[in-house]
Design a protein around this ligand. Structure first.
Ligand code: ZN
Length: 141
């Protein structure tokens, strides 16, 4: 099977308010020109409560290890070629300030890139009025 558009692992929160995140992500990717990551890229999803808290080890090394193992599985078995990391504001699973979530996005890019040597874009899902909006915080390609 060929994947001209790449395969990305999208790591986001299990919060049901964000069920349209993928549709909004695809719209955003139409305006970007990342290598092997565009609006047609095949996506695998990992949804956990407070993904930034887990990846940064705030809930302990056991939780972090499960997440890293799931990622390694998708890289090996699904030939994933990039990451999209999307924590969000007002997160029950990682209760920190909006500024701290943004800082977590920056750290997540470094952690994922160093662990797996794949490109990463990290976006923060922010509530503006009643509308959730994705903001690119950090990227490494
Ligand atoms: Zn959440």
């Amino acid at each position: 099977m060929s994947h001209d558009n790449g395969v990305a692992i999208v790591i986001s929160c299990s919060d049901g308010r964000l069920e349209d995140t993928i549709a909004r992500l695809r719209e955003l990717l139409k305006q970007k020109s990342y290598p092997s990551l565009n609006s047609e890229t095949a996506l695998y999803r990992i949804q956990v409560p407070g993904p930034d808290g887990i990846l940064l080890g705030m809930r302990g090394e056991d939780h972090k290890k499960v997440l890293l193992d799931d990622i390694a599985l998708l890289i090996e078995k699904a030939n994933a070629t990039s990451f999209v990391f999307i924590p969000h504001c007002e997160c029950a699973g990682c209760q920190v300030s909006d500024e701290a979530h943004a800082d977590n996005c920056v750290q997540a890019v470094d952690i994922l890139n160093q662990e797996f040597s794949l490109p990463v874009v990290s976006l923060l899902d922010k509530k503006v009025g009643d509308v959730w909006q994705l903001e690119v915080i950090a990227e490494k390609f």
